[in-house]
Design a protein around this ligand. Structure first.
Ligand code: KG4
Ligand code: ZN
Length: 371
């Protein structure tokens, strides 16, 4: 039997990325010439905040329906903005997990349909790999590096050894930090999303006024916990309300400052530990996810990287949060590394750990179990 020679990859490669694993519907086009700088031709994100606002969290059925409604629109807009048609696309990369299964399914079905109709290679991408590889989309960076992923749904340290090779060094055992920021904002009467609101209040506050805990700081290893911290804020708030008949502006600011300092302390401490646990010379410390927008946290992480003699890389916020450009890029990385696409058996996976050797985590966060 004669072996079928693998089809040579076009150069440059133009890949359509599709993302629908949580509450953002994304489509993007990324072009890359071998050895060159990747180019984001378009990156459309249609958010769902308004649809979930009344429910205190993401409602999976509402999310899935909204993705099904908006995905083809997002793809059309991405093609329009890039000035391309499907005839210019060389492959389709889609988030195939982990995430809320209805949304992931919507994306995978669309990608399969497009790939079958146009005879294009189909690439099922792990959403976490999309985040983890983003620093290589935004600038030159060699493997290995340490990635701290901190958002409303993610919290983990990943040692990134290659497009297909990850080691999970630790993560939250309960809430994700963004989730804790959102809950603290809620219990202090601040608007959602809570992170930016808490950060603005914290700027007026005294971080040392309340002695808030640093959960798991003394426990060896890189696992984290944020749920007890949020409960400590709640207790302190109740105490203040019973003493003064309400929460005064300065109390609120001091609580925000104390909470933010505790999160930054914990993440800095555990990041320093994760750098040590990597046990390999690293190229950089990278951070991604919505919480990476927090300036107090960034400053602390820069100090930790400095002390270890490393660069600290935080991609621009639009590429730190959920988007489809990172999925297209992860598809390109995979094609260049392995060359083999998926077939029509590609399935949507609610759970899909990047590091199959890592113990399953207890915590999942409000956005669903991520890995
Ligand atoms: O990555 P992202 O947009 O979405 C997912 O979680 O998937 O992250 C959103 C999270 C929210 O919980 C939000 O409160 C938090 O990131 N966040 C922040 C800041 N900006 C956004 N947390 C702390 N400080 C900020 N400046
Ligand atoms: Zn994400």
């Amino acid at each position: 039997m004669t072996a079928i020679a693998p089809r040579p990859l076009p150069d440059p490669l133009t890949v359509l990325g599709i993302e629908s694993s949580c509450d953002d519907t994304g489509a993007a086009l990324v072009r890359h010439r071998a050895g060159g700088t990747p180019e984001i031709l378009s990156n459309i994100v249609i958010g769902q905040n308004a649809l979930h606002a009344g429910f205190g969290g993401i409602v999976p059925e509402i999310a899935a329906r909204a993705h099904a409604e908006k995905l083809d629109l997002a793809v059309e807009e991405a093609l329009d903005q890039a000035g391309l048609t499907l005839a210019d696309v060389d492959a389709i990369a889609v988030t195939a997990g982990p995430g809320l299964i209805g949304g992931v399914l919507s994306g995978v079905m669309l990608a399969k349909g497009l790939a079958a109709a146009r005879g294009l290679p189909l690439l099922g991408v792990n959403h976490l790999a999309g985040h983890a590889l983003t620093p290589r989309l935004t600038g030159p960076l060699e493997f290995p590096y340490l990635m701290l992923l901190v958002s409303g749904g993610h919290c983990q340290f990943l040692l990134v050894n290659g497009p297909d090779s990850y080691r999970r060094l630790g993560g939250t055992i309960d809430d994700a930090p963004g989730e804790a920021f959102d809950k603290v904002a809620k219990l202090l009467g601040l608007p959602q999303p809570g992170g930016p609101a808490v950060e603005a209040e914290a700027a007026q506050g005294d971080p040392a006024r309340f002695a808030l805990p640093r959960p798991l700081a003394d426990r060896p290893g890189c696992d984290m916990s944020f749920s007890g911290l949020k409960t400590a804020v709640l207790r302190q708030r109740d105490l203040l309300v019973s003493e003064h008949g309400g929460l005064r502006a300065q109390d609120r600011a001091d609580l925000c400052a104390g909470f933010q300092a505790a999160v930054a302390d914990l993440l800095a401490l555990k990041t320093a530990r994760a750098l040590q646990a990597s046990k390999t010379p690293l190229q950089a410390l990278a951070v991604a996810g919505g919480v990476a927008a927090n300036r107090a946290l960034r400053a602390r992480l820069e100090d930790v990287a400095d002390a270890a003699g490393l660069r600290c890389i935080a991609p621009p916020l639009a590429l730190c949060t959920d988007n489809a450009a990172m999925i297209a890029w992860a598809g390109i990385e995979r094609l260049r590394a392995r060359g083999t696409p998926d077939d029509m058996q590609l399935s949507a996976r609610p759970r899909w750990p990047l590091d199959p050797g890592a113990a399953p985590m207890l915590g999942s966060g409000k956005r669903g179990a991520k890995a």
